[in-house]
Design a protein. Structure first.
Length: 369
């Protein structure tokens, strides 16, 4: 067995044509910087029918296995887009994940609205040279798509009720989880959980409160001040991404909120109690370089600096850690970021080591030496 230790994950999206599987796979792959391994592209290039796996010709799937396996062995995630209509096809992806030694995230993509599904299929046009687009009659004439009772449960995304952006960020959060959590334990994300739309929640859930702050779930109204904060060169000075555009900032906010649904914790919006002002975020997350650890992190708007808000919010999270089963919390700070290093030390975090990430020196601290 070839074991990959880079945090790579094999993501396999399964479902009938027309459910929105390819669109979701493409956007998830883009979000992760991973290859989009599309089985019907191989089948089209080989002149095979889209039903080839069901009809006993697995050539397209074999090629997809090679491409996905190569990506995983090079330390990247791989996002597979396939109908996977028969048990043998699904078992093949499980065997690949086992062989390479990476977690497997199985996603069943469905469309619960028959009229919407039919319209998508009938309006679909070929996007590959020589591609034969399936007909609605062909889709409905297939045997019922279902998993066997002894197969692992999958995350179910219903594209009739779920915004694309929401599905992408929740799946990305799942990929970023600890390897043991990628398999979707019921305690964090129940099997066949349907994602809810990320929209105005009215009064978002309050996660924690301090003397001066409310740490809560995100609101649509947070997006504008958050984008302004992330576009500030001084705020983003020590982040490798540099200033963020509005789309990237909105994506980060949605990701931060989605982590609560997936991990049970996340990066909460920080609101000042006195006037309700949005100040930034603070909370727990997982870092791709060290997915086994939970990290405490913060980012505040420049007008909120110098008032002790980051320390106050960070301390509230650290005090809450034992209650959610966290014995150790880490913190990763760019060595040149003196402000954040000072906050980390005020929180009682101890330096464990120094490292270099993406060419930048990083100080690794934690609650336990």
């Amino acid at each position: 067995m070839i074991t990959v230790e880079s945090g790579s994950v094999l993501v396999v999206l399964s479902g009938l044509p027309g459910v929105g599987k390819t669109t979701l796979a493409r956007e998830l792959a883009r979000s992760l910087g991973a290859p989009h391994v599309r089985v019907d592209a191989f089948e089209t290039a080989l002149g095979l029918r889209a039903t080839s796996a069901r009809d006993g010709d697995p050539t397209g799937y074999r090629l997809a296995h090679v491409v996905a396996g190569d990506a995983l062995q090079s330390g990247r995630h791989a996002v597979v887009d396939a109908v996977n209509p028969v048990r043998e096809a699904r078992d093949g992806w499980r065997a690949l994940a086992s062989e390479v030694g990476v977690p497997l995230l199985e996603v069943d993509v469905v469309c619960s609205d028959p009229e919407l599904h039919e319209r998508r299929v009938r309006e679909r046009t070929a996007d590959l040279p020589g591609q034969v687009v399936p007909t609605w009659e062909g889709v409905t004439g297939r045997p019922a798509w279902r998993r066997d009772a002894d197969e692992p449960a999958a995350v179910v995304v219903d594209t009739a009720t779920t915004a694309l952006a929401r599905a992408v960020v929740e799946l990305r959060a799942r990929v970023d989880a600890h390897p043991e959590q990628v398999a979707v334990p019921a305690s964090l994300l129940a099997p066949h959980h349907r994602f809810g739309a990320w929209a105005v929640r009215g009064e978002p859930e309050v996660v924690l409160e301090t003397e001066r702050l409310v740490l809560r779930r995100w609101r649509e109204a947070d997006l504008e001040p958050f984008a302004a904060m992330n576009a500030d060169p001084e705020v983003m000075e020590h982040f490798s991404s540099g200033p963020m555009d509005r789309a990237a900032s909105d994506g980060l906010a949605r990701y931060a909120d989605a982590c609560f649904e997936v991990h049970g914790f996340g990066l909460a919006a920080v609101e000042r109690t006195d006037d309700g002002a949005f100040l930034g975020f603070c909370g727990f997350g997982r870092h791709r370089r060290r997915p086994e650890a939970v990290e405490v992190g913060w980012r505040l708007a420049r007008h909120a600096w110098g008032h002790g808000y980051a320390t106050e919010a960070g301390r509230a999270w650290l005090e809450a850690a034992p209650g959610i089963g966290l014995e150790r919390v880490a913190c990763y700070v760019t060595a040149t970021n003196r402000r954040s290093l000072a906050v980390a030390r005020r929180l009682g975090l101890v330096v464990e080591e120094e490292d270099v990430w993406a060419g930048q020196p990083v100080v690794v601290l934690s609650t336990r030496p």
